[in-house]
Design a protein around this ligand. Structure first.
Ligand code: SF4
Ligand code: SF4
Length: 428
């Protein structure tokens, strides 16, 4: 453990192994899980609040939970486990509010094909998760020659008709966040990053990169409000971006779309022609171990659907999965907060089949990177979802005792070293 949050910090630097206050590594671990879950939830709540949605119960819980992490407030493992699971419950509410706000503001999601080609006109690349920033930018480029492209976690914007049908929204460029330094440099136009995951900008594109509100990097311009005229002016000044050919990416498998196909899905489950659902997604990252997810997804049987979300989707997209029941076998549900949609689908199927979510033929293999993934994991644990596999590495802030507690209570496990062996075990 390491803690330096109060004056008593050992040797004036920090408490390691145990706290001068008496806090041990397991209490510290649970307090950190709680803090990181709160951070992830706060990001989603920020998006929801900007769209006019908030819940006093979420704010009250946030205050209480932060209070519990202060010095000499809580040394009790069961209480902290309860707060950690309550964080998952509150995050479910936040993801629900965000989903409702997205649909209300941007329209009922539908399946769409998104081009990855770019056209020789001034361009703006928009990355991050804040769909309202994208909507405001699109409004401000209306009537100009500037074309807007999504990047990374902004790809699911295309499933919302009021965004996807906008004449200035031209397509998608690039993959997950860790590729942005190369992709932002290559794009050639202005770049707008609305949230994480942003990387410090390279010299080559620093002066044409903009960020919004909490998101900022040295040397680039941070916009505190909703006026994107500086971004548009930069795109016009830079002129046409290079023309490139591309492919079509299918998006838009929102929970409402998948549940709309529920009768055919349920018939296929009962007939045995649909044998399993896999949820493979979450965050992406640069570590070589993340190839596990692409190998795992590529090995899934033709009689299964692979649901995906978050930027982890880019890791598994480069494979032809074929179709099942007239749908692509790989169903992109949206951003990481659309984990809410995966929960809705699982709950809907379980109800229709008269079983519990844990009894569904469902395998969950999550990739985590940062604190939103922590919040989503806590939500799944709050719902009692068992046997989730997470990777590529164990969170450093979970102590061995706390991990064992989560293993014993929820069957939580780490991904193995061999994707094929883990897949075979899931199918056995
Ligand atoms: S809160 Fe406890 S563990 Fe943290 S610095 Fe203070 S004495 Fe050390
Ligand atoms: S899913 Fe996670 S890792 Fe990926 S861009 Fe979003 S916050 Fe970052």
């Amino acid at each position: 453990m390491f803690c330096n949050q109060c004056e008593q910090a050992q040797d004036g630097t920090g408490c390691v192994d145990s706290g001068v206050c008496g806090k041990d590594a397991d209490v510290q671990s649970l307090q950190e899980i709680l803090l990181y879950g709160l951070k992830g939830m706060a990001a989603y709540a920020h998006h929801a609040r900007r769209l006019g949605r908030s819940d006093e119960a979420v704010s009250a819980f946030t205050e209480e939970a932060l209070f519990a992490t202060m010095t000499n407030v809580n040394f009790d493992v069961p209480t902290l486990v309860g707060l950690v699971l309550e964080c998952g419950k509150q995050n479910l509410r936040v993801m629900e509010m965000l989903d409702e706000a997205h649909v209300a503001r941007f329209g009922q999601p539908r399946v769409a094909e998104v081009s990855t080609a770019t056209r020789p006109r001034p361009g703006i690349l928009v990355s991050g998760h804040d769909l309202l920033d994208l909507a405001n930018l699109l409004k401000q480029v209306e009537g100009t020659e500037v074309l807007v492209y999504t990047h990374g976690e902004m790809l699911p914007a295309h499933m919302y008709p009021r965004l996807g049908d906008h004449p200035n929204l031209a397509g998608h460029f690039g993959g997950a966040w860790q590729l942005q330094r190369r992709e932002f440099a290559d794009f050639g136009g202005a770049v707008l990053v609305t949230t994480n995951c942003v990387l410090e900008a390279r010299e080559s594109y620093r002066d044409r990169m903009f960020t919004t509100r909490a998101t900022a990097v040295p040397g680039s311009q941070r916009l505190a409000g909703d006026d994107f005229s500086a971004v548009i002016a930069k795109a016009l000044e830079l002129g046409p971006i290079p023309e490139r050919t591309g492919v079509k990416l299918p998006v838009g498998f929102h929970h409402s779309v998948i549940l709309g196909a529920a009768p055919a899905i349920l018939d296929a489950v009962k007939a045995g022609s649909l044998t399993r659902f896999f949820l493979i997604g979450g965050c992406d990252g640069a570590e070589p171990g993340r190839n596990y997810y692409s190998e795992y997804a590529a090995g899934t049987p033709a009689s299964s659907f692979v649901l995906t979300l978050g930027c982890g989707k880019f890791r598994i997209m480069g494979h032809d999965y074929g179709t099942l029941l007239g749908l692509p076998r790989l169903l992109d549900m949206g951003q990481c907060n659309d984990a809410y949609g995966a929960i809705k689908v699982a709950a809907g199927l379980a109800e229709a089949l008269g079983c519990e979510v844990n009894d569904l033929p469902l395998t969950i293999v999550l990739s985590w990177f940062e604190q939103k993934a922590v919040a989503v994991l806590l939500t799944l644990l709050h719902l009692g979802v068992r046997n989730i596999a997470v990777g590529p590495a164990a969170p450093a802030f979970i102590s061995p005792n706390v991990f064992k507690l989560l293993q014993d209570t929820f069957g939580l496990k780490l991904i193995g070293a061999d994707a094929k062996a883990d897949l075979a075990a899931a199918l056995a």
